[in-house]
Design a protein around this ligand. Structure first.
Ligand code: 3SL
Length: 232
């Protein structure tokens, strides 16, 4: 049986072997949730980039450009990081270049993996089904916040472990902890996360409905996968 493990922060990635594994990159609030929503609303491909200037340069290539720093849409970009900004037909048939504080970094640091997929509660079952077929060992890479642990990405790891528990082994404390946390929280994820640091950060920015939306399970049957230089 393949195994599942969880890396709680990109800063801990050096402790893990990525070769031969499938990485599920996750930034529930909000980068990977937004990417999943963008694909569900017709985006053809997404190019995650690390730096604002690098992202801006993609405008000349006809891409939509999206950027968030510290929860706020960066000036001069078409889009920020709210999933709702990608839903009015504006991304249909378009390539999006995006940079965010933590999510796009987690994807870039996972490049040595055999496969990288983007996970969110919004596409949880699509991710689980794909991993069951793939039969590779899985590492969930939590984006965290500026190198630190966060609750929401860990809860996603627990939810994925729950969906995979019959066909994967998890002989590591990170996955067990994520699963226990998810079991404690799953009946009221929003309530469980109310005191969490990024929910409070987003609440201070008066971003309320994004949190609720990003916690919805299985809304979309889409699976963003890394191919060559982008997510498709
Ligand atoms: O850190 C990130 O990549 C973002 O998802 C953070 S925010 O939700 O847009 O504030």
């Amino acid at each position: 049986m393949p195994s599942i493990d969880v890396c709680f922060s990109p800063e801990l990635l050096h402790l893990y072997e990525l070769k031969g594994k499938a990485v599920v990159a996750v930034d529930i609030l909000r980068a990977t949730s937004t990417m999943v929503a963008a694909f569900a609303h017709g985006a053809t491909d997404i190019i995650p980039v690390m730096k604002l200037e690098e992202c801006q340069a993609f405008a000349e290539k006809g891409c939509l450009i999206a950027a968030e720093r510290d929860g706020v849409k960066a000036e001069g970009f078409d889009l920020g990081n709210s999933p709702f900004a990608y839903m009015d037909g504006n991304v249909q048939g378009r390539t999006i270049a995006i940079t965010t504080t933590n999510g796009t970094r987690a994807i870039h640091l996972s490049m040595e993996a055999d496969e990288i997929i983007v996970g969110a509660f919004l596409n949880l079952q699509a991710v689980a089904d794909h991993l069951k077929e793939l039969q590779l060992d899985v590492l969930v890479v939590c984006a965290g916040w500026k190198g630190k642990f966060n609750l929401e990405d860990t809860l996603f790891a627990g939810a994925l472990a729950e969906r995979l528990q019959d066909s994967f082994t998890f002989e590591n404390d990170a996955t067990l902890a994520s699963l226990h946390l998810y079991h404690a929280a799953k009946n009221d994820l929003a309530g469980f996360l109310r005191q969490s640091s990024h929910v409070r950060r987003l609440e201070n920015l008066e971003i309320h409905k994004d949190v609720e939306f990003c916690l919805l399970h299985d809304k979309y049957n889409v699976l963003p996968v890394w191919k060559e230089d982008r997510l498709i």
